[in-house]
Design a protein around this ligand. Structure first.
Ligand SMILES: [Zn+2]
Length: 161
């Protein structure tokens, strides 16, 4: 008897081609992420990333990548922002995060994807507060939005289940 099953995992994303199509709150967050990218410390990759986190208390915390001569020691923009947000407001869930990146002195044409480690950190935040985090990846030609990090991290690790 064959009991193997093949299944598809579907993630829903929303694409925008124009910032004007987006809610004001999301546009504001993207602009904060863009501002943060401009002051990133990325002398090695020259890929400056900015992230901005909107908290449920309406505070916005932004961060950018902080590189190091010992490469693995540096940290992504998303984690700089998320960790600082949770350090400053330990009881406040994250509502959304926007990410943008500058390469060759221009914002990237394509949306910036989040690395696996940052996805895992955002998942921890969702689970900690039982609150989905909206993710907005900015690119000049396209902006991608997801309603939960679980859409970016199917079959994720969960110690507690
Ligand atoms: Zn990352």
């Amino acid at each position: 008897m064959i009991s193997m099953n093949k299944r598809k995992i579907i993630s829903e994303i929303t694409e925008y081609t124009d910032l004007e199509e987006m809610a004001q709150e999301d546009r504001t967050l993207i602009h904060k992420a863009m501002n943060a990218a401009s002051t990133a410390y990325a002398p090695y990759s020259k890929f400056r990333v900015g992230a901005a986190v909107l908290l449920e208390n309406n505070e916005i915390i932004s961060g950018n990548n902080q590189e190091n001569a010992v490469f693995p020691v540096g940290l992504c923009a998303e984690r700089v922002a998320v960790f600082y947000a949770h350090a400053k407001y330990p009881d406040v869930p994250i509502k959304s995060i926007a990410v943008s990146a500058i390469h060759d002195n221009n914002f990237t044409d394509n949306p910036v994807g989040l690395c696996g480690s940052c996805r895992q950190v955002l998942l921890e935040s969702e689970n900690r507060f039982h609150n989905d985090v909206k993710i907005i990846m900015f690119g000049r030609n396209k902006i991608i939005q997801l309603s939960s990090v679980k859409d970016l991290l199917p079959l994720h690790f969960d110690l507690l289940k």
